[in-house]
Ligand binder design. Sequence first.
Ligand SMILES: [Zn+2]
Length: 300
Amino acid sequence: MPVPHASDSATSLAGRPVLAVFAHPDDESLACGGTLARLSDLGARVILLCATRGERGGATGPIKDEGLGVVRVGELTEAAALLGIRDIILMDHPDGELRWEDVPLLHAEIVAAVRRYAPACVITFGADGLYWHVDHIGVHERTTTALRSLGQAAPPLYYVTMPRGMMRPIWEAAIARGWAAPPKGFWSLVPDAFGLNAEPPTVVVDVAPWVARKVAAIRCHRTQMGTGHPFDQLSPAEAERWLGIEHFHRAPNDPSPLQPLEDLGAASVRPTRDQALPTTEDAVPLARASGVVATPGTRD
Ligand SMILES: [Zn+2]
């Protein structure tokens, strides 16, 4: 795939580290794989801190399985290569217990990573953990406290969000093609769990030209996809429509005056809290029509 041109306003990220902090192998691809790939293509050094090996993420339930952890690290390595993630800082905290176990240690590890790499920005989960996953919320908490502890020296902090309703069209398209939802839902979730009561985005990033890589990266996580997963059934046009915009909420009281994601050609949307949360169907045409999304120089 040809590398899209960086916009002038985004070239400041060339050569700069960007740190993403997530809980499990696959979070990086699902949450913001398009943005990570776009940042990599701009020349940013994308670094992923993954707090666990995902050893309790098996299809049979939350049973610890060290072999699964090994397989998932391999899947993460494949996905990272597709997304252009340069470095993976792999931690071995206990999957499923991030909110309670090793709290000071994970905090210190994130502080150390920020001090070591001096990233242009840090990306992690929002307070809702995308769908109230306790490990995701734990990573949100540790990353937030870690950056707060750095005071005015903290880099810009962005929380990944999903708009309410984002997963429903994907789910419904799969059902229309004959897919039968497992009794517990996919990833044991009902589709409307994604983005339920999420913070509204303050920045949206157009990743349409990177969606194919994002979906390919998601598919690398084979132990999490199972067979016939709804993501496997999306046409390229559907994937672009439903996954082609990624949403971020700038951390409140973030002291940095810098705006690296907003500057991605870009723009910030700052809806007030009493506005209705945008659904993907609403947000994408609205954002594109008003020119407020980060638009690459070319879509080739
Ligand atoms: Zn996860």
